[in-house]
Design a protein around this ligand. Structure first.
Ligand SMILES: [Zn+2]
Length: 211
């Protein structure tokens, strides 16, 4: 059991991390349960630095958004659900998912932290609403998880944003710059050992008998 002070320290650490990603005070308040006035006082001593502007409204936005936006939105929400399945709290899963998304997709990121919060809220039915507007659907063709209208079922002829991106990749520089080809990761020491083992066996096999 966490003590009250542990819970407050954890909420404050989460609030600070959300603010570092540009979250609005309302968003941080919904995620942590902390009061907006406390958040303003603790996180934004400089009132000029308070993020402003209209909050995102994702159920409207998503279906009219371009392909790259829909792909990036799907990536954030898919990672969120993986982290939830690993028993993280909703707030920690959102933060982890956003952090990971920023690592895998190239800048400029099309999904703001507030957008990610709004997408997750309307998919998981939390924080803002109990109504789920989106489902995470698995593409019948490429097996990627993507956001679709709530209750949608994947069919092989459904327009999956990732299948479309793959089709466009060769001819669309915007898609290439968003998902640049990366060199393969260097093999770990164990794999290197395995490779040298395979190599020596391969050279042994390639030798002709009697050599
Ligand atoms: Zn697909």
């Amino acid at each position: 059991m966490q003590s009250r002070v542990d819970r407050q320290i954890r909420a404050l650490a989460l609030a600070k991390a959300c603010a570092a990603h540009g979250a609005r005070v309302r968003t941080i308040s919904r995620i942590t349960g902390m009061l907006p006035r406390d958040l303003l006082h603790l996180l934004f001593p400089d009132r000029q630095a308070v993020p402003r502007g209209r909050s995102p409204d994702s159920p409207e936005w998503y279906h009219g958004a371009n392909l790259l936006c829909r792909a990036e939105a799907s990536i954030v929400v898919a990672i969120y659900f993986r982290l939830r399945a690993a028993d993280l709290s909703a707030g920690e899963a959102l933060l982890g998912a956003y952090h990971h998304y920023c690592g895998v997709c190239e800048s400029p990121h099309r999904i703001s932290f507030d957008r990610a919060f709004d997408l997750v809220a309307h998919t998981d039915g939390i924080w803002l609403t109990e109504t789920q507007s989106f489902s995470l659907v698995t593409c019948a063709k490429c097996r990627s998880a993507f956001l679709a209208a709530f209750g949608a079922v994947a069919r092989s002829n459904d327009p999956c944003p990732f299948c479309k991106l793959v089709q466009r990749y060769g001819t669309d520089p915007r898609v290439q710059s968003c998902f640049p080809a990366r060199p393969l990761a260097a093999p770990a020491p164990m794999q290197l050992g395995m490779l040298s083992l395979l190599g020596s066996n391969a050279s042994a096999w390639s030798r002709t008998p009697g050599e």
